[in-house]
Design a protein around this ligand. Structure first.
Ligand SMILES: Nc1ncnc2c1ncn2[C@@H]1O[C@H](COP(=O)(O)OP(=O)(O)O)[C@@H](O)[C@H]1O
Ligand SMILES: [Mg+2]
Length: 256
C-alpha cells in the first residue's frame, strides 16, 4: 500500500509561507484507482509530486508497504511536455533510453502503445504536426512504456476537448481493467472521477485537506453508458454537493 500519513506541505516563498497541504492522510491499495478532486490551489499537484518523490514533505510521512517498495512510477502531466525535436516513437521511448540501450522489444511495444492510442502511422511525425489531444496521448504512451506499477496522472485530459477526453478516459479504463495498475488521478471532472475510480477523495482549499472520501461501488467493467445510470448520477451529485459545501465553508471563513 501507499500510506500517506498526516502529510503537510508549506512552501516558503518571498511573499511568505504558503500552506499548500495540511494533515492529509490516505491509503492507496495496490491496484486501486483513486481520484482526487477539488478546487484549484488545494494542493492536488503538490500531493502527486510528493508521492512521486519530486517534492519534499514538510511534515508527515509517505511510505510504501513491502509489496510496493519496488513498484515503479509513471507520471503524466497536464501538458504533454514532449521533446519537440524527437519523433513520436522516440518521445515514447525516452524513459527507456534514459535507462540505457533501447531493446528492439521496447521499440515494438512503443509501436503497440501508439496503435492502442489511435496513433498508428504517426510514429515518425514530430509533436508540432499533431493536435494537443494527440500529443497528450503520446505522453500517456510514454508514461506506460516501462509498464509502471503506479501511474500518477495530474489532470492528464484537462487540456482536451470533450470528445477526445471521453476517448482518453475509455482508453485509460480499458488499460486499467487489463493491467490493474495503481492509479492516482487528479481531475476537475466529477464524471470522469466516478467513471474511472474505486475511490474519490474530495479536497478542500486552503490549506488543502481531504474533506471526504467516496467509495464508488459501481460494478466493473464500466462502459461509457454507466454515466446515464441512476447510481452514477446520484454519486456524482453527492460529490458535487460536497465540493460546493466546502466552497461555502471556505468563503464564510474568508469573509470572517
Ligand atoms: N513551487 C511552489 N512554490 C510556492 N507555492 C507553490 C508552489 N507550488 C504550488 N504552490 C502553491 O501551493 C498551493 C497548492 O498548489 P497545487 O498543488 O498546484 O494545487 P492544485 O494542483 O490543487 O491546483 C497553491 O496555493 C500554490 O500557489
Ligand atoms: Mg494542479
Amino acid at each position: 500500500m501507499i500510506e500517506i500519513s498526516a502529510v503537510s506541505k508549506t512552501y516558503n516563498t518571498r511573499s511568505g509561507d504558503v500552506v499548500a497541504l495540511d494533515d492529509v492522510s490516505m491509503t492507496v491499495r495496490p491496484g486501486e484507482f483513486v481520484s482526487l478532486v477539488g478546487p484549484s490551489g488545494c494542493g492536488k499537484s503538490t500531493l502527486l509530486r510528493m508521492i512521486s518523490g519530486l517534492e519534499g514533505i514538510t511534515s508527515g510521512r509517505i511510505e510504501r508497504t513491502e509489496e510496493m517498495v519496488n513498484s515503479t512510477i509513471g507520471m503524466v502531466f497536464q501538458s504533454a511536455a514532449l521533446m519537440p525535436w524527437r519523433r513520436l516513437l522516440d518521445n515514447v521511448l525516452l524513459p527507456v533510453q534514459l535507462k540505457g540501450r533501447i531493446p528492439e522489444s521496447k521499440r515494438e511495444h512503443a509501436r503497440e502503445l501508439l496503435t492502442i492510442a489511435g496513433l498508428a502511422g504517426f510514429e515518425n511525425k514530430y509533436p508540432f504536426e499533431l493536435s494537443g489531444g494527440m500529443q497528450q496521448r503520446v505522453s500517456i504512451c510514454r508514461a506506460l512504456i516501462n509498464d509502471p506499477d503506479i501511474l500518477l496522472m495530474d489532470e492528464p485530459f484537462g487540456a482536451l476537448d470533450a470528445l477526445t477526453r471521453d476517448d482518453m478516459s475509455a482508453l485509460l479504463l480499458s488499460i486499467w481493467e487489463k493491467s490493474h495498475k495503481t492509479v492516482i488521478f487528479v481531475t476537475h471532472s466529477i464524471e470522469e472521477a466516478v467513471l474511472l475510480s474505486d475511490t474519490v477523495y474530495v479536497m478542500s482549499a486552503r490549506p488543502g485537506r481531504i474533506s471526504r472520501r467516496f467509495d464508488v461501488d459501481i460494478p466493473r467493467p464500466r462502459l461509457a453508458d454507466v454515466k446515464y445510470s441512476q447510481e452514477f448520477a446520484e454519486l456524482a451529485h453527492r460529490i458535487r454537493d460536497q465540493i460546493t459545501q466546502d466552497g461555502d465553508v471556505a468563503a464564510a471563513r474568508h469573509s470572517g
